[in-house]
Write a protein that binds this ligand. Structure first.
Ligand SMILES: Cc1cc2nc3c(=O)[nH]c(=O)nc-3n(C[C@H](O)[C@H](O)[C@H](O)COP(=O)(O)OP(=O)(O)OC[C@H]3O[C@@H](n4cnc5c(N)ncnc54)[C@H](O)[C@@H]3O)c2cc1C
Length: 425
């Protein structure tokens, strides 16, 4: 009998648990250990931040859901991984041994890289967790009584730009509905070298389309922005040129700010000798397996993938739902194969596919493969994307409730887009 422990219960961890349970014979034990007792559907956090969703709409208590499938659950953060000894130490002091460890711990939100940033004592908000989104909503409700300038964007070393654009357009749409938009100057401040770069070197016509959207929505922008500090009501950012030399210093006033932070790997994972790159992301081979520890696999935002290109202000490549889904599926098949005495062969795909809501419309992109030149390089805008994103939310949450391990992106999103065959993997 083998004991498989999954660390983290997010977009990667929960499907990993369900798919492993489906593939592995019953004698093998599966345990999920996660820092909090609930699953949150992270892609809906921007909607929580403007009151379009309540916390309970997108959060599920997972203990009972996992128990129903015969999966054990420990709601504790892992503080130490003894990789050579195959043992975890948890926040309450207990130890947990494993035969296989699957790391799906997402990002550490590294607000401390910019003094004055972040929702914990700083002056900027985030929508990366449901708690952060609720904190924005709390301040936004006050802001609506006496509006002023808003800044939205992404700090240096952020690796998830879609949600920054998404949030700018969602706030714009919400303010228009409230007939308050004319009182709110908006600025999009980003470490990307140009609008629509998305950490991907652009996708199709993303540059001109997103520039046009920002113009049409009266949102000004600053690119190549090395944000250096934030004070109450003022964001300090250095705009650099293509060579990284200072072009212009900006002091952007704001009443409310949402800046996606730099991403790193979480402390317990980053501390394991030989497991990670210098930013704490897990180094894996083509089978999602640690290069240093053969019984550790990893998927999701916590894995190391190289940036698509070097940018004057550092940016990272995004890891989105479809990519995570295929990584998780590869891990489940590889562990099942190894336990059955077969060699591992399953590989994830590092293609980027994303649906970004824009309030009443939306933008979808497909970058396949992630590093150009690409076989599919597709960026489209339309109301259907907004509806597709709602459908994605509803389906993913119902899948988490039922314990179904069916791949959402492959089965529905890609078919709906009608442009990617599964063989394109
Ligand atoms: C605001 C936002 C919107 C996004 N929207 C989309 C979208 O529309 N479409 C899309 O495809 N992608 C989207 N993404 C990208 C990506 O799909 C999400 O970031 C996704 O949540 C990543 O999944 P994950 O499993 O890697 O990490 P998470 O979902 O963040 O899960 C990490 C888990 O690890 C746990 N954990 C962390 N540290 C520890 C520890 N020490 N011990 C135990 N447990 C721990 C956490 O509690 C959590 O359960 C979005 C990202 C953001 C930030």
């Amino acid at each position: 009998m083998a004991h498989i422990v999954i660390m983290g219960a997010g977009i990667g961890g929960m499907p990993a648990a369900y798919e492993l349970r489906e593939l592995l014979p019953k004698e093998h034990q599966i345990t999920v250990v996660s820092a909090v007792s609930y699953f949150q559907f992270v892609p809906s956090n921007p909607w929580v931040a403007v009151g379009w969703r309540q916390r309970d709409d997108i959060v599920l208590e997972i203990g009972p859901l996992l128990a129903r499938k015969g999966i054990a659950f420990v709601p504790q953060a892992v503080t130490t991984i003894d990789a050579p000894g195959n043992t975890l130490t948890l926040a309450d002091g207990q130890s947990l041994s494993y035969d296989y460890l699957v790391i799906t711990t997402g990002p550490k939100l590294s607000f401390d890289e910019v003094p004055g940033a972040g929702p914990h004592g700083g002056h900027t908000h985030s929508v990366c967790s449901v708690d952060h989104a609720q904190a924005f909503w709390h301040d936004y409700e006050q802001f609506l009584k006496n509006p002023g300038p808003i800044v939205v964007g992404a700090m240096p070393m952020a690796s998830c730009f879609g949600p920054a654009y998404e949030f700018a357009f969602i706030v714009d749409a919400d303010l228009r509905k409230r007939k308050l938009r004319h009182k709110v100057p908006m600025t999009y401040v980003t470490s990307e070298p140009y609008i629509g770069h998305l950490g991907l070197g652009g996708v199709g016509d993303s540059k001109s389309m997103l520039e046009s959207e920002l113009r049409n929505h009266d949102i000004k922008w600053i690119c190549n922005a090395r944000t250096t500090k934030v004070e109450a009501g003022r964001l300090f950012t250095t705009e650099v040129d293509g060579l990284g030399n200072v072009y212009k210093e900006h002091e952007v006033p704001f009443k409310l700010a949402m800046m996606l932070p730099a991403f790193k790997g979480v402390d317990a994972v980053a501390a394991v000798p030989g497991l990670c790159n210098p930013r704490g992301f897990v180094l894996i081979d083509e089978f999602q397996r640690s290069k240093a520890y053969r019984n550790i696999f990893s998927a999701g935002v916590c894995v190391a993938i190289p940036p698509v290109e070097t940018t004057p202000v550092p940016t990272g490549a995004p890891k989105t739902g479809y990519m995570i889904e295929t990584m998780v599926s590869a891990i489940a098949h590889n562990i099942a194969d190894e336990l059955a005495g077969r060699p591992v062969t399953a590989q994830g795909t590092w293609n980027a596919i994303c649906l970004a809501d824009m309030g009443d419309t939306g933008a979808a992109f497909v970058a396949l493969p992630q590093i150009p030149p690409r076989n599919v390089n597709w960026f489209k805008k339309g109301k259907w994307v907004h509806l597709a994103k709602i459908a994605f939310e509803k389906y993913f949450l119902s899948k988490m409730k039922s314990g179904n391990s069916e791949p959402v992106y492959e089965k529905y999103v890609l078919k709906a887009l009608g442009i990617v065959r599964l063989t394109d993997r």
